[in-house]
Write a protein that binds this ligand. Structure first.
Ligand SMILES: Cc1cc2nc3c(=O)[nH]c(=O)nc-3n(C[C@H](O)[C@H](O)[C@H](O)COP(=O)(O)O)c2cc1C
Length: 240
């Protein structure tokens, strides 16, 4: 009987320990600035992943990273609250590149108002039907001669774990023309991991030669982005 009681006790402890797996670590709870409300069924899913995209100290000679190609570099970005704009401004001090800033056709929208309602609706529309042009918000017309570029750096804010909708529109329109080019990805988020944005980029530029790793800069790191960008340019083999 004593033996049975010990066994029962040991099993209770084991079950209790299992319930406290690291996945439940409250330390990784998102900070309040993230517009995530998991209790609201009307809001898009946010597959919050605490730390999925931490770069793994890649080897600069990594054969995964495509060789430098000839041709100029193009930076294409969208920025609502100017964090990505600040990042791109710094990047431009470190490399020679042409720059395109994507602008939504509809002016004056506040994507963050009412608990990010407009941004949320735009992302949900794309998720619902990613293959249809009508799912993507209209952007101002842009003329690009992609032929002159060997490398394209896409700099994106993260919205609801996805790439911000207006930049998805640009890539939906032009991603096929980026086939065979080196594609670098820089993502700014409050704290959410960037794997969903990477998936969007790969879906929209299916034949791009993606540089690894992508660069994730949290909004709180924006003012310190210079050294992060410099290191990323080395890590990806962009600069020696
Ligand atoms: C509509 C919308 C949705 C957002 N969703 C998230 C999110 O799910 N997780 C997160 O960490 N940050 C989220 N953010 C915050 C932005 O990713 C972050 O502030 C980023 O730095 C914005 O870049 P920008 O200033 O260039 O627009 C969201 C911002 C907006 C406007």
């Amino acid at each position: 009987m004593k033996k049975f009681l010990y066994l029962l006790f040991a099993m209770t402890i084991a079950v209790g320990l299992n319930a406290c797996s690291p996945d439940d670590d409250p330390v990784n709870e998102p900070p309040t600035e993230i517009p995530e409300n998991p209790d609201d069924p009307d809001q898009p899913d946010n597959p919050e992943n605490p730390n999925p995209d931490e770069p793994e100290n890649p080897d600069p000679d990594d054969p995964d990273n495509p060789e430098p190609t000839t041709g100029k570099t193009l930076i294409v970005y969208y920025s609502f609250t100017n964090n990505v704009h600040t990042i791109v401004s710094d990047l431009r001090t470190q490399i020679e590149a042409d720059v395109i800033r994507v602008e939504p056709a509809e002016k004056g929208l506040d994507y963050a108002a009412n608990n990010y309602a407009i941004g949320s609706a735009q992302i949900q529309a794309i998720r619902n039907n990613p293959g249809s042009a009508s799912s993507y918000p209209a952007i101002d017309p842009i003329e690009v001669d992609f032929g002159q570029y060997g490398t394209i750096i896409v700099a994106a804010p993260l919205w609801w774990s996805n790439m911000a909708a207006p930049l998805q529109t640009f890539l939906f329109n032009y991603g096929a023309e980026m086939a065979g080019k080196r594609i670098g990805l820089i993502v700014s988020s409050a704290s959410s991991g960037i794997s969903g944005v990477e998936s969007d980029a790969k879906r929209l530029i299916p034949d791009g030669n993606f540089l690894t790793p992508s660069l994730w800069i949290r909004s709180s790191q924006t003012s310190d982005c210079h050294s992060m960008i410099a290191q990323w340019l080395k890590d990806t083999g962009y600069t020696e």
